[in-house]
Design a protein around this ligand. Structure first.
Ligand code: FAD
Length: 543
């Protein structure tokens, strides 16, 4: 199949326009099923190579595992003892790429690891976990991590017990012997996913439609015919494409013969910011009662505590934290920290899709697999958020047989929309001050980068939502430029309102729905139905 030239469109990404194009007679070069980080990454990769791209998600971009991770851009220090050097190095190389191409979504972070007498560090092999050997083994591992990350050997440091306890107020000091610090990075997983798709849409003319499920794909003379159902109007229609990439994460693609995956659930707690707890350090808790490590990570003024790793066999589209998982995380948080004012604001569960190799889910490889499961139909499974760009490029490379002279991937140097200009938080801060809005400019920058300057251009009549962080102009922005179509699309993903407030955005729902109604042309009946949908969305999340 010859490749058509990429269409450059203007800035907007309105769902109704995209839905119309998806349902038209157009034959897309590639239909991508699944708008997690891998699907959106594949959309950008394919579109920037000149392919015409349609992408659908049964719920919303980033609504699956890609909004439910620990949000680390890392090599994965815990994979070193498993000798997964390739996986670690790959992650660290991508970390460097994203520091440039997604600069505003990238935060360099120091991780502190306290060590205790009589307690081991989980993930160290047995021979190295002896108290006399563990510190030297850790030091060697961290040196190797620094080497693989090309950071220079000075990136990690050894800390005394006093230094560790000064850096981590509230840390329980009994039997504390000291510890280590090493450098890694953090992102906003769902904002990264949406930004990648926004780049594919606004720079290369990709079509992206959420709330649309692929029900069945069948081969035709010209490629593939996929039957899809729009969850917002209940209508079913068909999408034609020369090829398909299924990036459905934990769910099976709509083709009977596919790669099986094993699922494991990982729960996180969002904990209300604890006074005195440092905002710029993450903590690796060295040992849980089931022999794992756990993270406590600063997260936009709050803390993220996670995670669990438990085999999961229920509905992959609706994981919910169990009481046992939440209790487990709280118990371990309290085992290491005495912070009586810490309050859990919300909890969420994400599903790892693991290659089915047997053994425990905690020990299973976090590697990925890409396979052409039928001619012109590629399935991607597994992998990490950090390495999404490479996984996506590999998936598109697998379409080589479907297109003549498929160019090679260009995304290594592709600046995401909003990236690439010097950080200009002070200009955002000034505009917010002038408008009398006491919202944190750095958080706005960390979500929109350079596009923040366009958001603060529209501050007339703006107000701050219940999380104290989100400015109301981002609601209309989400509908016009980020494909948002429901109240939950805004509160659960384009902002973090539902996760960072005690009422999960309920008290802001009227204001949000009236702005969305005017942007998206909702009638009074439609607005009422959207509010009911929002209540169901929160219930489904257990919020
Ligand atoms: P998903 O994000 O799940 O996307 C799949 C999408 O497909 C979903 O949006 C779903 O709605 C859609 N879909 C499914 N079926 C259909 C259909 N029939 N039609 C239309 N759409 C469909 N990685 C890191 O690098 N760093 C971390 O810190 C990290 N922490 C993690 C913590 C936990 C607890 C877990 C579970 C994973 C973590 N990961 C981390 C891994 C990382 O989050 C995942 O590898 C990544 O998000 C997977 O993205 P994906 O696009 O493959 O899947």
């Amino acid at each position: 199949m010859p490749i058509k030239a990429a269409r450059i469109t203007e800035m907007s990404w309105n769902r109704a326009d995209h839905r119309e194009r998806l349902a038209s007679e157009e034959i897309f070069d590639v239909l991508i099923i699944g708008g997690g980080i891998v699907g959106c990454g594949a959309a950008l990769d394919a579109a920037s190579r000149g392919l015409s791209v349609g992408l659908i998600d049964q719920e919303d971009f980033g609504s699956g595992t890609s909004s439910r991770s620990t949000k680390l851009l890392h090599g994965g220090i815990r994979y070193l003892p498993h000798f997964e050097f390739g996986l670690v190095a790959e992650g660290l190389i991508e970390q460097k790429t994203l520091a440039k191409t997604a600069d505003f979504l990238f935060r360099d972070l120091e991780f502190l690891m306290p060590m205790y007498e009589g307690r081991t560090i989980a993930d160290l092999p047995n021979w190295a976990s002896h108290p006399a050997i563990a510190p030297a083994a850790m030091k060697t591992g961290l040196m190797l991590y620094d080497i693989l990350g090309l950071r220079g050997l000075g990136a990690h440091r050894a800390l005394s017990d006093t230094e560790i306890s000064e850096a981590l107020p509230g840390l329980i000091e009994d039997d504390l012997t000291g510890g280590f610090g090493y450098r890694d990075a953090q992102t906003d997983d769902v904002r990264l996913t949406i930004t990648v798709m926004k780049t594919a849409v606004t720079r290369y003319g990709a079509v992206g439609v959420n709330h649309t499920k692929a029900v069945e794909s069948e081969p035709t003379d010209e490629g593939w015919l996929t039957t899809v159902r729009d969850d917002l109007d209940g209508k079913t229609f068909q999408v034609r494409s020369h090829a398909v990439i299924a990036a459905t994460g934990p769910s099976a693609p709509p083709l009977a013969d596919h790669m099986p995956v094993r699922l494991s659930s990982g729960v996180h707690l969002v904990v209300h910011h604890v006074s005195g707890f440092p905002g710029d350090k993450a903590v690796l808790l060295p040992e849980t009662e089931d022999g794992r490590v756990m993270f406590v990570v600063p997260w936009q003024g709050h803390l993220l505590v996670g995670t669990t790793d438990i085999p999961y066999t229920d509905d992959p589209a609706a994981p919910r934290p169990t009481k046992d998982e939440v209790d487990y995380l709280l118990r371990h948080f309290r085992m290491y920290f005495d912070l009586p004012n810490a309050k859990v604001l919300s909890t969420f569960s994400g599903l790892r899709a693991l290659m089915d190799e047997g053994g425990s889910t905690a020990d299973a490889s976090r590697g990925h697999e890409v396979r052409e499961i039928a001619e012109g139909f590629v399935q991607v499974a597994g992998g990490k958020l950090t390495t999404y760009r490479r996984i996506a490029a590999e998936a598109v490379d697998h379409l080589d047989n479907s297109f003549d002279h498929l160019p090679s991937s260009k995304t290594r140097h592709e600046m995401l929309v909003g990236a690439g200009s010097p950080e200009d938080v002070s200009q955002v801060e000034e505009a917010l001050n002038q408008a009398g809005l006491d919202a944190p400019a750095d958080i706005m920058w960390s979500r929109y980068g350079q596009q923040s300057l366009r958001l603060v251009d529209q501050l007339k009549h703006a107000f701050i939502l219940g999380d104290g962080q989100t400015v109301s102009t981002s609601i209309a922005w989400a509908a016009r430029h980020e494909g948002a179509a429901t109240i939950g699309d805004f509160t659960l993903r384009r902002s973090h309102l539902s996760w960072f407030t005690e009422d999960h955005g309920r008290s802001d729902a009227d204001a949000i729905s009236s702005i969305l109604a005017s942007e998206l042309g909702w009638s009074a009946t439609e607005t009422a139905s959207q509010k009911r949908r929002f209540a169901t969305d929160l219930e489904r999340e257990g919020l």
